[in-house]
Design a protein around this ligand. Structure first.
Ligand code: PLP
Length: 490
């Protein structure tokens, strides 16, 4: 078919083009054979690192290069044995929804179904995660921005009380302030403090107990001392599922302190909040409903495509004042106040006033698709299964005298290591580091690593919908086997 538009880029041939790359995508999703993207990097980067083409190669060539070079060298974080960091590849309905929104809902405003699904999905997500219905939500690009929005609302709240509009006038003067979080807090919270002009150094790292949860007595002590010193408390940050070990701060006790000191309570549940669906641990989340703001990441445990986080706040007006774009003639001026005769007569919910993005994809459709597909029951089954995987692995580790459990699993993370009599901490760290490198090179079972109370830990985090109990057993077997082989060499 001849291209009917004056622009050289193809705007039709959608089915044909998708069909052209589907075999390569299907093959990729089998995760067959070894993952050579790392070893072969020089080969495929050489094919891609071209200078700017002056004349285009055409759609068919793009599709060929996608199929033959790009997709086969993609990221296998969805492979069944992958359990690293807190990431996985999306499930099918979320992929289809994303494609649909890219084609048919490529902005999140105006009157259109994708925009409408933002609100539906936020409502479902709040209910799923036991957040109060009156909390207002907004989808953002991920946990980094979700935490930034929550802390931006906190900043607005506390400085407005002091007679300052920080969004409008900035943070002038000689005031001192602090954000309180445990030493296990995710670094995006610290970065958010930097971006918001609150300062990274004003994030006070409160010590944890050996259980790696914030020490509430130490937090109270710090709040008291700082109050006497005239330091303004901006927020208390509770982590519901730390990225290192998956522990949940004592949210209820922190909510009590927040109430006592009149401080904003922010909960970072980017990874762990869906854990609230597991009846075995639901009590650990008590108090989350009292938070002033909550960050969650559907692109983690809900396995929608990366680029989907969400913030919920008790007071929508605050995020509105913190993040408003102000009225702009070119935006508002083009929308009518009269009857709605066109989808472009009304922006719908003005999410661009509650976030740091104006143009943004419709992300709600992804969350809607997954929850419509498997329901709250399906999501609960996933979370329970993943938490059980961590416990299954912990049991296996404890039954093997060459393996050592470094922290009891709370959610779906299990921190453990290979051990050997007579090895000191340094040698253990060396052996386990070598085991990790071997696991990554094998590419079959790929966890990540961290340190737990100063000890090097192998750290699988089970959120991957493709993982089975066999993959969990295989990881333990491989750690043991590689450890036995490699410990003779260190
Ligand atoms: C992943 C994570 C973040 C950061 O989220 P991104 O989506 O990676 O930006 C923040 N906090 C916690 C607890 C996380 O697990």
């Amino acid at each position: 078919m001849e291209n009917p538009t004056p622009d050289p880029s193809e705007t039709g041939r959608l089915s044909e083009s998708l069909a052209a790359i589907l075999p390569s995508l299907e093959a990729f999703n089998q995760f067959d054979g070894s993952d050579n993207a790392g070893r072969d990097r020089a080969n495929w980067t050489a094919l891609l690192d071209r200078s700017l083409p002056q004349s285009g190669a055409g759609l068919d060539e793009v599709l060929r290069e996608l199929s033959e070079i790009v997709i086969p060298n993609g990221l296998r974080n969805g492979a069944p044995g992958f359990s690293g960091w807190v990431t996985t590849a999306p499930t099918t309905s979320a992929v289809a929804a994303t494609l649909a929104s890219t084609v048919a809902g490529s902005q999140r405003y105006w009157i259109q179904a994708f925009h409408h699904l933002e609100a539906v999905a936020l409502r479902w997500l709040a209910e799923l995660l036991c957040l109060p219905a009156e909390h207002a939500g907004v989808f953002v690009s991920g946990g980094s921005v979700a935490n930034l929005i929550g802390l931006g609302a906190a900043r607005q709240f506390v400085f407005e009380k002091a007679g300052i509009d920080p969004a409008r006038d900035g943070l002038a003067g000689d005031r001192r302030w602090r954000i309180y979080a445990s030493s296990e807090v995710h670094h995006v919270v610290t970065r958010a403090a930097g971006v918001l002009g609150l300062g990274r150094s004003n994030v006070c790292a409160v010590k944890t107990g050996t259980d790696l949860r914030i020490d509430v007595a130490a937090l109270r002590e710090q709040l008291l001392t700082d109050r006497n010193d005239g330091i303004l408390p901006v927020a208390i940050v509770a982590t519901a599922g730390t990225v290192n070990t998956g522990v949940i701060d004592p949210i209820e006790a922190m909510a009590d302190l927040a109430a006592e000191f009149g401080v904003w309570l922010h909960v970072d549940g980017a990874y762990g909040l869906p854990g609230i669906l597991d009846p075995r641990v639901v009590d650990l989340f008590r108090g989350v409903e009292r938070a002033d703001s909550v960050a969650v990441d559907p692109h983690k445990w809900l396995a929608v495509p990366v680029g989907c986080g969400a913030t919920f706040v008790r007071n929508r007006g605050l995020i509105g004042r913190a993040f408003t774009m102000e009225t702009a003639e070119y935006l508002e001026g083009s929308v009518s106040d009269g009857p709605v005769d066109s989808p472009f007569d009304d922006f719908g919910e003005t999410y661009f006033h509650w976030s740091v993005e104006q143009s943004a994809p419709s992300r709600g459709v992804q969350v809607w698709a997954v929850l419509r597909e498997i329901g709250a029951d399906g999501m609960r089954a996933r979370v329970v299964r993943d938490n059980s995987f961590a416990r299954q692995l912990a049991d296996h580790v404890q039954a093997d005298n060459r393996l050592e459990l470094l922290a009891d699993p709370v959610l779906s993370i299990c921190c453990f290591r290979y051990r050997r009599p007579g090895f000191d901490e340094e040698r253990l760290a060396t052996v386990n580091g070598a085991i990790m490198r071997q696991l990554r090179a094998d590419g079959v079972c790929v966890p990540s690593a961290t340190t737990v109370n100063g000890r090097y830990a192998i750290r699988p985090c089970f959120i991957n919908p493709r993982t089975t109990a066999r993959d969990v057993e295989e990881l333990a077997r491989r750690v043991r086997r590689h450890g036995d082989e490699l410990s003779t060499a260190v």
